[in-house]
Design a binder for this molecule. Structure first.
Ligand code: NAP
Length: 586
């Protein structure tokens, strides 16, 4: 279709462009093609915005500018200014995230669109301790930041010779890396507002004139996931673990992990969805079973019509941990022995209850059940954390067996994953557990790992802000060791995303305090939010937590709004039916 000369120029351009530029070009082409099909005049200049007419609104949408405000602070002033700037940017309708220099991720740098750094200088021109990791990222960065626009505000003290040195260093490093300075470095003295306020106003008025439109296609996966369809039609993603940390602090009586898994393709999910995992049995456990069965790894065996190698079958397909009583009793039949009821593992059965005759491998395999997926609510937001990442909040469960406490099958498997390990997973949709319109208030009740979907909700709402307020009830055992995502939650409060946070720590006091106690203490306001149309979400353990929260809501409604408990309970049911009281409990 193209002449040779045009084709060569086109291919040359593609060769010289990055993947991100291809995405931009394909979005640009899709938009002008769409507009031309719709009959509107198209201005083919190389600078967006692409002209959009009302007839094409369904395909084209305006995207807010994406800003990151990164603060490096010694005494809290840079953070205060950063928070103020984020608020102003949001008022402008711009998407803005507040980030700290000590937790900034190197991989985010080249992805930034607008990067605003507010950093103080300490003593004799030194960066504050918290800013050092960010400065190291700039020092180590080898990639061009030619797509990043930036501005730096330095805080300092003119009585020192190297006034605002760190601000100057960051400003010049970003420029040397190819980023585009959209405003000169601002240098604040001790009375920082004198310079900071006009510097921010100038920045805001500059951003006000920048607009950006693109096709909705640029933010959606343009590529079919390079992942296999699982049985049941689900797409199985191959993710690699980038973070696996314990959220609890030293001295905690439990262990809950934050796990981040990254893929090379976009993951099709929404806040509220879960990730499903098919864990493997441990290598040493499988080898123990094979040795007890006196069977080679390569021995062929049939399971549900498919032929397997014995090792692979025991490693990936059949469940050998916490066997239910129905399996134990079938095993008892096979070996001709009486075995008491209770959960136990296959290797324990094979050790304690041996057969007088040789136990046939095939007969044993025939009574075993397949490994079933375990689901974990996703704790990340595709808009905030990227479409190629899912985050999980996983409690390491301990299960009582014949032979003592053992770690949970899937939570143990996930806990042992190391950075770089590849793990397959799929998305389990939860269409009833969705955010309402951005202007609706939400009340989130999430003790323990129940906080996971609400972290996703809050980050999603930070990106797509509306007038809806957000209230979180969180509960765990101890304040000092178990306040998951505390720093993030406080930052979300500072930036006005999270409006109310009530935490209950059950094991800090003699008398246990639970989320429902905090709800009772805030009953009047809770009712006001509900009357105002708030949607209530509940996530976490089903029994007894979710039942007790139900009871508390009924109690609050009975005391303050309804004549009888029955009326209050009917009203709560009505809220459930209307999708205004939504639960994801396990
Ligand atoms: P949890 O055991 O539910 O504890 C969280 C907090 O809730 C603690 O302070 C606990 O207090 C408190 N609590 C206990 N009973 C309560 C009640 N009746 N009402 C209100 N609060 C109550 O925390 P978790 O670690 O999230 O464990 C939840 C369970 O869900 C685990 O057994 C896990 O197997 C399962 N699960 C987890 C996941 C996941 O990790 N994403 C997924 C599926 C299933 P006290 O303990 O001090 O009483």
């Amino acid at each position: 279709m193209l002449s040779d000369e045009k084709r060569n120029r086109f291919l040359q351009l593609l060769k010289e462009s990055t993947k991100d530029e291809w995405v931009w070009m394909s979005g640009y082409l899709a938009a002008i093609t769409q507009a031309s099909i719709a009959g509107s005049s198209v201005d083919v200049s190389l600078t967006p915005p692409v002209s959009i007419d009302s007839g094409t609104e369904g395909n084209l949408k305006t995207q807010p500018i994406q800003c990151s405000v990164v603060y490096g602070t010694e005494t809290g002033n840079s953070k205060k200014l950063g928070t103020e700037l984020v608020k102003k940017l949001k008022e402008l309708g711009v998407s803005a995230k507040l980030k700290s220099t000590d937790t900034y991720k190197a991989k985010d740098l080249k992805e930034e669109e607008y990067l605003f750094v507010i950093v103080s200088t300490h003593g004799d021109g030194e960066p504050p301790q918290a800013a050092k990791p960010f400065i190291q990222i700039l020092v180590d960065s080898k990639e061009s930041l030619s797509k990043v626009k930036f501005a730096v505000l330095g805080l300092g003290d003119t009585s020192y010779p190297l006034f605002c040195q760190t601000g100057e260093d960051v400003d010049s490093m970003l420029s040397k890396l190819g980023a585009e300075r959209i405003q000169p470095l601002g240098k604040c003295d001790v009375d920082f507002d004198l310079v900071a306020k006009p510097w921010m106003s100038e920045l805001i008025s500059k951003l006000n004139t920048h607009s950006k439109t693109a096709t909705s296609q640029t933010s959606k996966p343009t590529q079919a996931p390079a992942a296999k369809p699982a049985s049941g039609g689900k797409v199985v993603y191959e993710g690699s673990v980038v973070t696996n940390i314990v959220l609890n602090d030293v001295g905690a009586s439990k262990s809950t992990r934050h796990i981040e898994i990254k893929t090379t393709v976009p993951i099709d999910y929404q806040p509220g969805d879960s990730a499903g995992f098919l864990a493997y049995n441990r290598d040493e456990e499988v080898n123990r079973i094979l040795s007890l069965l006196k069977t080679d790894r390569e021995t062929r065996v049939t399971y549900k019509g498919e032929t397997w190698m014995a090792y692979d079958l025991f490693r990936k397909k059949v469940s050998v941990r916490f066997l239910p009583d129905r399996v134990i009793q079938k095993y008892a039949g096979l070996v001709g022995k009486e075995i008491p009821s209770g959960k136990t593992d296959l290797d324990v059965l094979l050790t304690l209850h041996t057969s007088e005759n040789k136990l046939e491998l095939q007969s044993l395999v025939d009574i075993l059940e397949p490994i079933v997926p375990r689901y974990y609510s996703i704790a990340s937001s595709p808009s905030a954390h990227g479409e190629d990442e899912v985050h999980l909040t996983v409690a390491e469960v301990e299960i009582e067996t014949f032979t003592g406490l053992k770690s949970g099958f899937c939570s143990g498997f996930l806990a042992e994953l190391k950075e770089g390990d590849v793990v397959p997973f799929f998305i389990q949709r939860n269409n009833s557990f969705r955010l309402p319109s951005p202007d609706t208030d939400i009340i989130m009740i999430g003790p323990g790992t129940g906080i996971a979907p609400f972290r996703s909700f809050l980050f999603e709402r930070e990106q797509n802000s509306g007038n809806g307020r957000n209230w979180l009830f969180f509960g765990e055992r101890n304040f000092v060791s178990d306040f998951y995502y505390q720093t993030e939650l406080l930052e979300l409060m500072d930036t006005g995303v999270l409006h109310k946070l009530n935490a209950a720590f059950s094991r800090d006091t003699k008398q246990k305090v639970y989320v429902q106690d905090r709800m009772g203490e805030n009953a009047a306001e809770l009712l006001k939010w509900i009357e105002n149309g708030a949607v209530i979400y509940l996530c976490g353990s089903k029994d007894p937590m979710s039942k007790d929260v139900d009871r508390k809501l009924i109690e609050i409604l009975t005391e303050r709004t309804f004549d009888t408990e029955k009326d209050a309970s009917d009203y709560l049911k009505e809220l459930e039916e209307m999708g205004r009281y939504i639960k994801d409990v396990y």
